[in-house]
Design a protein around this ligand. Sequence first.
Ligand SMILES: Cc1cc2nc3c(=O)[nH]c(=O)nc-3n(C[C@H](O)[C@H](O)[C@H](O)COP(=O)(O)OP(=O)(O)OC[C@H]3O[C@@H](n4cnc5c(N)ncnc54)[C@H](O)[C@@H]3O)c2cc1C
Length: 365
Amino acid sequence: MRIAVVGAGINGVMSAWALARRGHEVELFERGEPMAGTSSASTKLLHGGLRYLETGDIALVREGLRERAWWLEQAPRFAHPLELLLPVVRGRGRPRWMVKAGLVLYDRLSGSRLLARHRWLGRDETLARLPGLRPEGLQGAYAFWDGQMDDRALGLWALEQARAAGVRLRARCEVLRIGADGSMTVAGDSAASGDAAPDRELRFDAVCNLAGPGAALLLERSGLPSAHRLRLVRGSHLLVDGALPCGLLVQAPADGRVCFILPYAGRVMIGTTEVEQAAGAPVAPSDAERDYLLDVWNATFEDRLSAADVRTSFAGVRPLLAEAGDANENTRGHAIERHGRVLTVFGGKWTTSRSLGEEVAALVG
Ligand SMILES: Cc1cc2nc3c(=O)[nH]c(=O)nc-3n(C[C@H](O)[C@H](O)[C@H](O)COP(=O)(O)OP(=O)(O)OC[C@H]3O[C@@H](n4cnc5c(N)ncnc54)[C@H](O)[C@@H]3O)c2cc1C
């Protein structure tokens, strides 16, 4: 079959690759450059998502842990195991027994023995590991393992595999409309001709809409009514100078949300936030998000950081299925909807993009 995939973020790339492996002729349309959207602005973790255990998303966590192992095995140049500490502080955050229960389950669900199991570090060992950690009320920390990736490089590696399997990439080619009959209108390539080129009409046996945060908008522009709604939620990260021997999972002092302080690319990365992204607004960290993340650091370490210490920052937009009240409760799972020859994916995580791609390919047939 001739199949069009819209969106060269990680979900589009992995779907295109899975479709090509099944023998389909696949064209991958991307309005900008591949892997330049949400997929290169993540927290860079290949994980099951320890905190989703609290919302009972056991299947999602198990799937994420299985996929974490796949990425670590397939692309060790761009993904590696990362040790994370989860400090337990008296009177603040989750009690020790609850953290322990979560980690026992996390280890069980991971199945594979690729990464070490969690262990308890006493207060002295924790402070020796992370000098400068605030000692007030510190009881110790649980150490556990997840995967860390260079999301852009890993996604481009996956794209290379997809191209080797026959996927043809059409970069800087915006899809304006898709039809339930497999029709598609793409914007004319004015950059190539120098003039405003006319839009082009194409036809495929199937169209897979994997435009991430743009998926719902594409359906709307195409006049295809949807049963799902996406909430667009921005997440920001800061990079500051420094080095850490491992990552940290902590609670934000402002609202108790889980945040990460991670070693990344020779610096320290602090993230992330969750704020509604208004349509058309720039995807960039606000001053309020910056201050929120600096507070996360300042509540964790003794040496204080201020805005002047921020070397760089970035933001991405999560395409979350709109089902619960606030962004923190929204499911990180996905939904797939069909309109005739069009399949649209709503939501989805980076880590689980391979299994999502397989699901898309199986549905296309
Ligand atoms: C702050 C933050 C942190 C995260 N951290 C993690 C993490 O640590 N681990 C994890 O597993 N997940 C994480 N996620 C989730 C994960 O990053 C996303 O779910 C995933 O990257 C989404 O990929 P995607 O391919 O669906 O979307 P995108 O990467 O946004 O790709 C969609 C592509 O479609 C293109 N497009 C849109 N409309 C059109 C059109 N009309 N025509 C042509 N092209 C179009 C866009 O240009 C874009 O390149 C995080 C998300 C955020 C925001």
